[in-house]
Every structure is written in C-alpha cells, then in structure tokens.
Design a protein around this ligand. Structure first.
Ligand code: IMP
Length: 190
C-alpha cells in the first residue's frame, strides 16, 4: 500500500517512516512532485492537519495523511499552541522559537507543557483524525542535538532525557506523533 505523508520536514518524515509497518510504502511530498508550501492558515491544529491532507488529495488525487503539532505550555495559557512554528517570527526558526519560549518562562515555577499532534487522514471516501499527546515540562536550558523544533527544551514525563537527547526510536515510542501514528496504523489495518 502506498501512502503520502504530507510534510516537507525530513526529520518528521524519518521519524514516521520508522513507525509504520513495512507493507506501507510511505511517499514524501518530493516523491509525488509537490514542492510548494502547503498553507497552514486555520486557527486550530485539527484544521491545519486537515488542510494539508486535503490539499494533497484534491491537487494530486492521492490518499494522504498530514500531521500538525503544537506545544502547549500551561503557564502561558496554552501558547504557543497552533502558532508553535512561527512563535518568534515567520521564518520558523527553532532556535529563535526556543529562546522566546525560555524568556517567557522566566519566573514561572510551573513549567508543565504538552505536545499535541493531530494526524488527519484523507481519502476520496472519508476523513479521519487521530490525536496524540505527550506530557512533560520545559527545561531551563536546551539539552541535546538530536530531533528538531522544540525537542532540546522538552523533557517528557517520567524521563531524564530531553527529546533531543533521545534516539529516534525512543522518542517515537513515547511521543505525541508516535501515539497518533499508532492509531492511524491500527485504523489502516482494520
Ligand atoms: P508543524 O506541525 O510542523 O506545523 O510544527 C509546529 C511547530 O512545532 C514547528 O516549530 C515544529 O518544529 C515544532 N514541532 C513539531 N513537532 C515537534 C516535535 O516532535 N518535537 C519538537 N518540536 C516539534
């Protein structure tokens, strides 16, 4: 079975490829000749995930899934949330985003946060949503050089290592995206 994963993020693609069984041939946007930036203009994570998956279905005629992720920080009333990518500006710069986050967290004793992912799976027959949540806390300083995005400042609950200090397999076993993918894979097998 061939399935498109609508992302230009190579880190995400590698993470997800490791999580899907080998009978599913995962195609990237590059594989299908889609080089344009898919708009993410909805005010919710669910809406943006659907927007990306529908874009590929409507423009390329292929069944597709897409994820959208937000980091929700309790002390910041759920920010950056749906605006996680462009928290510090339109260029989606991970270092600038983390810097801004750490600055806003100054003086907050409660550093609890969670990653929320929604995977939208769209075919010509149906649309399905699969959520995944990973709880944890925001570290005082970035740690580690693996992963991407906010990984260096996120310590998952029950672990001593930040996401950026873990290998891809360990992160995938506990992460928001890993959980959502598990639900998608179960759905595809039933
Ligand atoms: P999007 O889902 O690609 O739109 O991601 C929104 C923002 O969250 C971007 O800044 C990503 O770098 C970041 N992000 C998404 N997934 C993860 C993750 O698994 N770890 C750390 N940051 C992430």
């Amino acid at each position: 079975m061939k399935l498109v994963f609508a992302t230009h993020n190579q880190h995400k693609f590698r993470e997800v490829k490791e999580l899907v069984p080998s009978h599913i041939e995962l195609l990237s946007l590059t594989d299908i000749g889609c080089f344009e930036d898919i708009p993410e203009t909805e005010p919710t994570i669910e809406g943006n995930a659907l927007l990306k998956a529908r874009y590929v279905l409507n423009n390329y005629g292929l069944s597709c899934f897409a994820d959208d992720t937000g980091l929700e920080v309790k002390a910041l009333d759920g920010a950056p949330g749906v605006y996680s990518a462009r928290f510090a500006g339109p260029e989606n710069n991970a270092d600038a985003n983390m810097k801004k986050l750490l600055r806003l967290m100054n003086g907050h004793a409660d550093r609890s946060a969670r990653f929320k992912t929604i995977i939208a799976y769209c075919t010509s027959e149906s649309e399905e949503l699969f959520p995944g949540i990973c709880k944890g806390e925001i570290l005082q300083h970035p740690r580690g050089d693996k992963g991407f995005g906010y990984d260096p400042v996120f310590l998952p609950e029950g672990y001593e290592y930040s996401f950026a200090e873990m290998d891809q397999t360990t992160k995938g076993a506990i992460s928001h995206r890993g959980q959502a993918i598990e639900k998608l894979v179960l759905h595809l097998s039933t």
